[in-house]
Design a binder for this molecule. Structure first.
Ligand SMILES: Nc1ncnc2c1ncn2[C@@H]1O[C@H](COP(=O)(O)OP(=O)(O)OP(=O)(O)O)[C@@H](O)[C@H]1O
Ligand SMILES: [Mg+2]
Length: 456
C-alpha cells in the first residue's frame, strides 16, 4: 500500500469515526433533554390528578373525580388507565378509568390523598401513563435529527475524502518526484533538481536534496577535471623528458662539441619539466593534506617584505622574458604571524597566476596595508595585475580544486596548470585565520588580497 493511499485511508477513517462520535453525542444529549421533558409532563399530569382528588375528597364528590379523570384522559391520551380506591372509615370502594392495552409499556405513579378534615377518609390513585404515547412526539423528532446527522455525516465524509486526497497528493508529490530523481542520480544522470517551494519539512528535504544533487554534480566535475589534469600534467612533462633524453642520446652518440653543448641545453629543458612534475605532485600532496585536514602551518613571527622580495626575484627572469614588470611595493611593515614557507607558497601562486593571465607590457605588483578588525591588527597583502581579469562566473568557482576559469581558454604563456593553486592558497590563508578576497574585471585586471595577523 502506498504512503498516499495510507494517508488517504487513515485521515478518511479518522474523520468518519470522529463525525460518527459527534453525531452519537448529539443524539445522546437530545435524548437526555427529551427524557427530562417527558418526566416533567408526567409530573404535571400527576399533580393535576392529585389536586382533583383532593377537591373531590373535600367536596365528598366521588363522581367529580371520575369525570375529571375521564376529561383528563381525553386531554392527555398518555393516561392509559387510572385506578381509584376510596377509603372511608375502614370501608373501601374502587373504580377504574380507561384500560391499559395488553403488552404496552406503562409508567406507574401511585399516590394517596387524605381529607385534611377527616384523615380516615382518603383516596388512593394509581395512574398508568402509556410510554409509547408519552414518547410519541419525540420519536418523529429523533428520526428527523438522525436523518440530518446522517446527511451531514455523509456530506462531510465525502468532502473529507476529497480534502484527504488533495492533502495526501500535495504531501507525497515531492516524495514521488524525489525518488524518481534519486533513481536518475543512481543511474548516473547527475544534477537533477526539483522545483518545490515550501517552508515546511518537505521544503527543507527538497532544498537539502537539491543541494546534495548540486554537490554531487560538482564532485563529478571535479573528479573528471582531476583525471584529465593528472593525465595531462603527468603525460606532457614525461613525454618532453623522454624526447629530450632521446635527443641527448643521439647528440652524445654523434660525439661532436656542438652536440655536447646542445645536450646541456636539453638537460636544462629536462630539469624544467622535472620541476613542473614535482610542482604538480607537491600540489597533489597538499590537496590530499587539506582534504584530510592535515595541512598544518607552523605560525611564528615573520617578515613579509623579505618573503615578497624573494618571490619577485624568483619570477624576475620569467617576467622579463614575458615583457611584464613585477614590483614589490611592500615597504616597512610590522612582523606578522605566519608560516614563512606557506606564505611564500601563497605569493608564488598569486604572482604565477598574474604572470599567466597578463600579456606583454602588463604589470604585476604586491602591496601591503595595515588595518584593524575588532581588537586585532592585520596586514592585507594584495597581488594585483593588469591582465585579462575574469567574469563573475569565473570568480565564483575560483577556489574549487581542479577547476579553472573560462578565461584559460584564451591561451596562456607557459603551461595551463590544473586549477589547484587558489584552492591551496585559500586553505593556507584559512589556516592563518585570515580572509581572502578577489576583485576582478574582465579586460582590466585582477586583485587578490589576503590578510595576516600582526605579531604582538
Ligand atoms: N590573476 C588572474 N587573472 C585572471 N584569472 C585568474 C587569475 N588568477 C586566477 N584566475 C582564474 O582562476 C582560475 C583558478 O586559478 P588557480 O590558480 O586555482 O588555477 P590555475 O592557475 O588555472 O592552475 P594552477 O594554479 O594549478 O597551475 C584560473 O584558471 C583562472 O581562470
Ligand atoms: Mg594558479
Amino acid at each position: 500500500m502506498t504512503i498516499r493511499a495510507r494517508l488517504i485511508a487513515s485521515t478518511f477513517l479518522l474523520q468518519v469515526f470522529s463525525l460518527a462520535v459527534l453525531g452519537g453525542g448529539v443524539l445522546a444529549v437530545r435524548k437526555q433533554y427529551q427524557e427530562r421533558d417527558m418526566r416533567a409532563k408526567a409530573a404535571t399530569i400527576t399533580k393535576t390528578v392529585e389536586r382533583a382528588a383532593l377537591d373531590a375528597l373535600i367536596q365528598k364528590d366521588d363522581v367529580a373525580l371520575l369525570s375529571y379523570l375521564k376529561f383528563l384522559q381525553a386531554q392527555h391520551p398518555a393516561i392509559a388507565q387510572a385506578q381509584i380506591r376510596w377509603k372511608n372509615q375502614g370501608r373501601e370502594r374502587a373504580a377504574t378509568v380507561g384500560a391499559l392495552d395488553f403488552g404496552s409499556r406503562a409508567r406507574e405513579t401511585r399516590f394517596t390523598v387524605a381529607d385534611p378534615a377527616d384523615p380516615r377518609r382518603s383516596v388512593e390513585v394509581d395512574i398508568m401513563l402509556d410510554d409509547s404515547v408519552l414518547w410519541g412526539p419525540y420519536v418523529e423528532e429523533t428520526r428527523r435529527l438522525k436523518r440530518i446527522i446522517l446527511l451531514v455525516w455523509g456530506g462531510a465524509s465525502l468532502l473529507g475524502l476529497i480534502i484527504s486526497f488533495l492533502i495526501a497528493r500535495s504531501l507525497t508529490k515531492p516524495i514521488v518526484e524525489l525518488s524518481r530523481l534519486a533513481g536518475e542520480i543512481g543511474g548516473g544522470k547527475l544534477g537533477g533538481k526539483l522545483e518545490w517551494e515550501s517552508d515546511d519539512e518537505l521544503g527543507g528535504l527538497v532544498r537539502a536534496f537539491n543541494g546534495m544533487s548540486g554537490r554531487l554534480e560538482e564532485f563529478d566535475s571535479i573528479k573528471r577535471n582531476f583525471v584529465s589534469s593528472v593525465t595531462h600534467e603527468l603525460r606532457s612533462p614525461l613525454g618532453a623528458i623522454e624526447s629530450f633524453l632521446q635527443l641527448i642520446r643521439e647528440k652524445i652518440a654523434g660525439g661532436t662539441p656542438a652536440g655536447f653543448a646542445q645536450s646541456a641545453e636539453f638537460l636544462e629543458r629536462i630539469s624544467v619539466n622535472v620541476r613542473r612534475l614535482s610542482g604538480f605532485i607537491n600540489d597533489l600532496l597538499d590537496v590530499a593534506k587539506i582534504e584530510k585536514g592535515k595541512m598544518e602551518c607552523v605560525l611564528r613571527p615573520m617578515e613579509l617584505p623579505a618573503v615578497a622580495t624573494k618571490v619577485c626575484q624568483f619570477f624576475e627572469a620569467k617576467a622579463l622574458q614575458q615583457g611584464v614588470t613585477i614590483s614589490n611595493r611592500l615597504s616597512v611593515l610590522p612582523s606578522v604571524i605566519g608560516d614563512a614557507d606557506r606564505v611564500r607558497q601563497v605569493l608564488v601562486n598569486l604572482v604565477a597566476n598574474g604572470l599567466k593571465f597578463t600579456a606583454t607590457g602588463g604589470q604585476i605588483w604586491i602591496t601591503g596595508e595595515q588595518f584593524r578588525d575588532g581588537g586585532a591588527r592585520w596586514i592585507e597583502v594584495t597581488v594585483g595585475d593588469t591582465g585579462r581579469g575574469m567574469d563573475a562566473a569565473d570568480r565564483e568557482r575560483l577556489f574549487q580544486p581542479f577547476t579553472q576559469g573560462r578565461n584559460i581558454s584564451e591561451g596562456v604563456a607557459g603551461h595551463k596548470g590544473t586549477g589547484l593553486g587558489l584552492y591551496i592558497v585559500k586553505s593556507i590563508v584559512d589556516q592563518h585565520g585570515g580572509k581572502i578576497e578577489v576583485k576582478s574585471t574582465p579586460g582590466q585586471g585582477t586583485r587578490i588580497s589576503f590578510s595576516l595577523k600582526v605579531a604582538a
